[in-house]
Design a protein around this ligand. Sequence first.
Ligand SMILES: [Zn+2]
Ligand SMILES: [Zn+2]
Length: 380
Amino acid sequence: MSPCRSSRKFNLFNAVLFASLLGITVTLLPWYAVSVGISRAEWLLFFFYVAATGLSITVGYHRLFAHRSFRTGPVITFLNLFFGAAALEESALHWASLHRDHHRYVDTPQDPYNIKQGFWHAHIGWMLFWRNLPDYRNVKDLHANPLIRNQHRYYPIWVALSGIGLPLAIGAATGHLLGAFLLAVVGRITLVHHSTWSINSICHTFGKATYDIDASARDHWGVALLTNGEGYHNFHHRFCGDYRNGVRWYQWDPSKWVIALLNRLGLAGNLQRTSPQRILSARTAAEYQRVERAVRRSGREKIFLLGQIRGHYEALRTILEEWEKLERGYQRIRQTVSKESRSTVRSLKRSLAEQHRAFVNARRAWISILTRTSAFLGEA
Ligand SMILES: [Zn+2]
Ligand SMILES: [Zn+2]
């Protein structure tokens, strides 16, 4: 049975709201910037609100509520609900319910922002012509939390206080009421709206399929810059429980850094991490599938290449599986370390280092065969 109620009703309220927000942002806001000028206090309020509401969507609505990728207490939960409401993206319960459906039914008619219905449907059309309305059966865990229930029930009040009242009050106190309205309310909501929605449109259309070549979700570093790291969407769809989206050291993922910082401060725990071996295994599998398909496409006379490629791939996979097993054993023993087991820990550590060396060599051989195969296919 479908978890969603279907409707094709045109949502006039959303249409007027989104058109007004965008209209003011591209007309009155530039006029104000040119004719009056934007002071430092107005910029500060704008950047604070962009960061607070953007992170409440990515850290709070997405990774905490929709995916439960870490645990936290009532203070951080409240802050995420407060500034999340200010982003004007519905209540956390509503958002998480639709998002869980997106992951569960991705690219099918039950996916609320199904990219198969077109780029603009995935970006904004799904909120103008509602097709799927949540019935909240998939968010019973969240419904049990009184703070989340309260934000859902009194959502307009939360929006009025956090998204409009507070920035306007700060604007009035600093003598910039109109500037606060144009920049910290209207411009900021428009920016955070379109950044969030670009995950559903751009990240399901453009970018790299690093971990799953058959998924419509893509890794897009440009969108990651705009969305506090949410642009690594191919990784996210492959490992959606992980608190990280940009998993490599050079990838821009401030949401991950905020969660790690909260963890350091003792304000978050139980951070969900996929093992490096499983991540490398998914990446290698994607590389294998990609080269295998390229070889098959290039004609029957090149099929002989597949045996060699498959051999390297299987070797790398076996090393990764062994490495993960060793790592698990090492972590288990380390936690229960006693004087007698210290030598076992040392020996396990040595085995791990050897396994890592074996992986680096096998990975080097793998990259070399991928490069040679691509060059060979390119020469044809
Ligand atoms: Zn997605
Ligand atoms: Zn997600």
